[in-house]
Design a protein around this ligand. Structure first.
Ligand SMILES: O=P(O)(O)O[C@@H]1C[C@H](O)[C@@H](CO)O1
Length: 297
């Protein structure tokens, strides 16, 4: 039952019976980004604990609430809190809210997250508009699409080359407030919950990733499986560790960026995300009309 089609259908039916208007657009808030829901007018709010089969949020900065209202003129659902593999949830539980929203009639999904910068051009407060992702748990067999395929969600072998909608990406890059220094790039999803070692960061950079985080990739895979249009936004909250080996090889005595960088911590991530959220809110409002007009891919 956990995360099954029947569980998602029950959750969707429970919500449908209570909603003034079913959402067509949905937004998943990353760590510390729950304030994005403040852009909704006429909000209705539901605790995850009350929605049939919904998991519970266990991470600070994830309130565990679904808020449904209007973003601009269109009906929109905002998930204040997501589920992560490191909380002990199965991949199917992690994506259960996304599938439930798809069954409610959502056609466009905005995935936001807090992420560590791997590329030198990115700094806390910057926005990476996700062009593509590397799903490390998925590549290792922990994809929500593993197991018997339920065709009512989607096909056995969905493509992921078109995972993130190019038109929405271009629009987000054009409309982002200058404070966000928005640029396109590659997000790598890891299992967590430990932050990355120096050597892992070096590996991830060499794999072609610009930013690293512990979410989003499973949700994007499940969303595309259901035919949703996806926009991915990574708010950079910290610099991932630099390259300790290069620092040593260069004979750096602690003066370089690697030596100066403080290790990442969740408090710092939350503070940076809350700071960036006010600019992200402006971007979402600017995007609202175009998000609302999307059709299922
Ligand atoms: O839900 P997101 O991906 O925004 O949360 C990030 C990854 C970890 O859950 C946490 C680490 O600080 O923030």
């Amino acid at each position: 039952m956990e995360g099954s089609y029947e569980a998602c259908a029950e959750a969707a039916a429970w919500l449908r019976a209570r909603l003034q208007e079913p959402p067509r657009v949905a937004l998943v808030c990353g760590s510390g980004l729950g304030a994005l829901a403040q852009e909704l007018t006429d909000p209705q709010s539901f605790d995850y604990a009350d929605i049939p089969h919904f998991p519970r949020s266990t991470v600070q900065g994830h309130a565990g609430r679904l808020v449904v209202g209007r973003l601009g003129a269109g009906p929109c659902a905002v998930l204040q809190g997501r589920f992560h593999l490191y909380e002990g949830y199965s991949p199917a539980q992690v994506v259960m809210p996304v599938r439930t929203l798809a069954l409610l009639g959502v056609h466009t999904l905005v995935l936001t997250n807090a992420a560590g910068a791997l590329s030198p051009g990115l700094a806390p407060g910057h926005l990476l508009v996700i062009r593509d992702h590397i799903d490390l748990p998925g590549l290792a067999g922990r994809s929500p699409l593993v197991g018997p395929n339920d065709e009512r969600f989607g096909p056995r072998f969905p493509a992921m080359t078109d995972g993130y909608d190019p038109a929405l990406r271009r629009l987000a890059l054009a409309l982002a407030p200058p404070e966000l220094h928005a640029r396109p790039g590659v997000y790598v999803g890891v299992g967590g919950p430990s932050y990355e070692t120096w050597a892992e960061c070096r590996l991830l950079r060499r794999l072609g990733a610009d930013a690293v985080g512990m979410s989003t990739v499973s949700e994007a895979a499940a969303a595309r499986h259901c035919g949703l249009r996806v926009l991915g936004l990574s708010l950079i909250t910290n610099a991932a560790p630099g390259d300790a080996d290069e620092e040593e090889e260069e004979g750096g005595g602690g003066a370089g960026p690697a030596a100066e960088a403080a290790p990442p911590g969740h408090e710092e991530v939350l503070a940076a995300a809350q700071e960036g959220a006010r600019h992200l809110r402006r971007l979402l409002l600017a995007l609202a009309p175009r998000l609302a007009e999307g059709a299922r891919a």
